[in-house]
Design a protein around this ligand. Structure first.
Ligand SMILES: *Cc1c(COP(=O)(O)O)cnc(C)c1O
Length: 396
């Protein structure tokens, strides 16, 4: 039977919550690679299918390993229910398919993951969901965009790559006053650093692919919230449409949760040290990291996050040429757009993640040609500095 750890501390819940120990007495959580389950009798089969008896039926919607991950993540986010999904994108898709209807309106921050924007504009739009975009940190902009049919406010905070911070308590008050849901993609902080539900959000979505795995192995996602919205409605969509997490991936992610608290503190400490060092480099014109006292929303970030996560953006002299020189001079930093890994990654947003935007859209988002983004991993921070120094030596 599962024991409740709800009254225990975060780290304890991250290691212990949701585990079911079988009669084999295994210490680590088992993986259940089975698509279906057997029943003891025709009566039991009927009772399971009718919902009169709880229990496993079919792994599109009931799997013990996946359930362990869901219960563990739910308690860490402070939600009643979590539903695990095959990817971060399917977590977002499932949330909107389950909770909104044709004719509804979404207000979203402009500074969201590019593929989420494609999902809104190209696919949800086909089914009658309309999305308008606003400035993440301008509460009046949010207010102005709300219409009578607005059903959801959607955002990521901190934003990627510029590290802007949304005021979650203020947006939650706005959502409540207008009878809409506040949906927060908590990918960059994870519950180890920020718990949006406690600040008034209704739903948290995750790309577990990033920090929850934390080691660059699996693609997955999750939706967390109350028992009705998530436990019934999002679960109902998942059960029917099937963007399910595999038991193997669920096991990887629940092992990721066990070290999440330690890793997020370490990513944050290294990122703060690196951002502080970057600010002192003569070739760097600007550093965007909410942990720096120079960041315009440093106080807000301190209030709603326990640390500042591992993503840093910074601008170098020399525009695109300077930025590419720096990237190409590194000897072992990973040149990839992925983030939230033990391995430090470096990317040039203007020609990769934001390369398909118009120049005007890039300007509006603050993505200049000299901007670089680093996802600080868990290597020694002096070694990361030394690898960047190879590039700085070339862009005097
Ligand atoms: C990566 C990412 C997603 C999408 O997640 P996948 O697991 O790649 O589908 C969504 N939101 C944010 C903020 C992300 O970084």
């Amino acid at each position: 039977m599962t024991q409740s750890f709800d009254d225990k501390g975060f780290a304890t819940r991250a290691v212990r919550a949701g585990q079911i120990r079988t009669q084999e007495g295994e210490h680590a959580e088992p993986i259940f690679p089975t698509s279906s389950y057997v029943f003891e009798s025709a009566e039991q089969a009927a009772a399971r299918f009718s919902g009169d008896e709880p229990g496993n039926i079919y792994s599109r919607f009931t799997n013990p390993t996946v359930r362990t991950f869901e219960q563990r993540l739910a308690t860490l986010e402070g939600g009643e229910s979590a539903v695990a999904t095959s990817s971060g994108m399917s977590a977002i898709l499932s949330t909107f398919m389950a909770l909104l209807s044709a004719g509804d309106h979404i207000v979203s921050s402009r500074s969201i993951f590019g593929t989420t924007r494609v999902l809104f504009d190209k696919y949800l739009a086909k089914f009658g969901l309309e999305t308008d975009y606003v400035d993440l940190i301008d509460i009046e902009d949010w207010q102005r965009a709300i219409k009578p049919n607005t059903k959801a406010l959607f955002l990521e905070t901190p934003s990627n790559p510029m590290n802007e911070i949304a005021d979650l308590a203020a947006l939650s008050a706005l959502a409540k006053a207008n009878d809409c849901l506040l949906i927060v993609d908590n990918c960059f902080c994870t519950p180890a650093l920020q718990q949006p539900l406690a600040l008034g959000a209704d739903i948290v979505v995750h790309s577990a692919t990033k920090y929850i795995d934390g080691q660059g192995r699996c693609v997955g996602g999750a939706v967390v919230g109350d028992a009705q919205l998530v436990g019934q409605e999002v679960y109902g969509f998942l059960r029917t449409a099937g963007p399910t997490m595999s038991p193997f991936n669920a096991w990887t992610f629940l092992k990721g949760l066990e070290t999440l608290d330690l890793r997020m503190k370490a990513h944050s400490a290294s990122a703060l040290a690196l951002a502080t060092w970057l600010e002192q480099q003569p070739q760097v014109t600007n550093v965007f990291y909410a942990g720096l006292p120079s960041h315009p929303q440093h106080e807000l970030a301190k209030k709603q996050q326990s640390a500042f996560s591992g993503l840093i953006a910074f601008e170098v002299k020399g525009g695109k040429e300077g930025a590419w020189k720096l990237v190409n001079a590194t000897q072992w930093l990973s040149i990839t757009a992925n983030l939230g890994d033990t391995k430090t990654t470096i990317t040039h947003p203007a020609t990769t993640t934001h390369g398909r935007l118009t120049q005007e859209a890039r300007d509006e988002a603050g993505i200049s040609d000299g901007l670089l983004r680093i996802s600080v991993g868990l290597e020694n921070v002096e070694d990361i500095q030394a690898d960047l120094q190879h590039g700085f030596d070339l862009i005097q």
